[in-house]
Design a protein around this ligand. Sequence first.
Ligand SMILES: NC(=O)c1ccc[n+]([C@@H]2O[C@H](COP(=O)([O-])OP(=O)(O)OC[C@H]3O[C@@H](n4cnc5c(N)ncnc54)[C@H](OP(=O)(O)O)[C@@H]3O)[C@@H](O)[C@H]2O)c1
Length: 204
Amino acid sequence: MRIAIIGTGNVGSRLAEGWTVAGHDVRVGSRSPRGGDLTPQDAVAGADVVVVAVPGSAAVDALRPLAPLLGGVIVVDVSNAVEVRDGVVVLSHPGTSVAELLQRALPDAHIVKTLNLVNDGAMVPRASPRAAELTNFIAGDDAGAREVARRLLVDLGWADGALVDLPALDYARALEQGILLLTGARAEVSGLPLGLRLVTDAPD
Ligand SMILES: NC(=O)c1ccc[n+]([C@@H]2O[C@H](COP(=O)([O-])OP(=O)(O)OC[C@H]3O[C@@H](n4cnc5c(N)ncnc54)[C@H](OP(=O)(O)O)[C@@H]3O)[C@@H](O)[C@H]2O)c1
């Protein structure tokens, strides 16, 4: 599968390596391309899946110019958008979510929200044994797009049982609010794999 990753930071680089190792054709888009990186336009041209790995506050502005290239494309949004106001970490887009704003800006793309509650050290469970204990959510309106995202996560080493399907993009609001909890916890475990685990006695 051809995957374009927008953003060359902690998340973009880990996902690029994880999917390259899994055999995918990965192209990385950067505002200032270096080495093998491309412009965002060149990276997404012909991509099956585009991954948004930029700050959530910049995601819509970064992706909007690419809209003509994204008709029918699956856009996987892993971003969070928080800021500090009066000493308190708050959501930049309360009452909605980055994922929903992206869907509005890219009406012909299929937005899927995932991985935003897993820190970068645990995003590729194949490379991080503790990550295998975590839960990861997949939210989106399009069932086919969620299924493609699920398969790509399995390629990173996620077990099927660790992936929770949320069949509407509205769930992105809850997922993005969850980062407020993890932002506090992160201060205590800086640099270590961190995420959530959903426990149930329901059969798989
Ligand atoms: N780090 C984590 O553990 C983690 C976990 C879950 C979710 N996330 C989310 O994943 C996203 C990426 O996180 P990260 O840790 O990889 O961040 P990062 O290391 O700061 O990298 C973000 C990348 O986005 C690009 N970028 C920065 N500002 C931009 C702007 N104004 N417009 C367009 N592109 C911009 C830059 O790439 P170029 O300069 O090459 O364009 C930069 O390398 C964020 O939304 C974050 O909340 C992070």
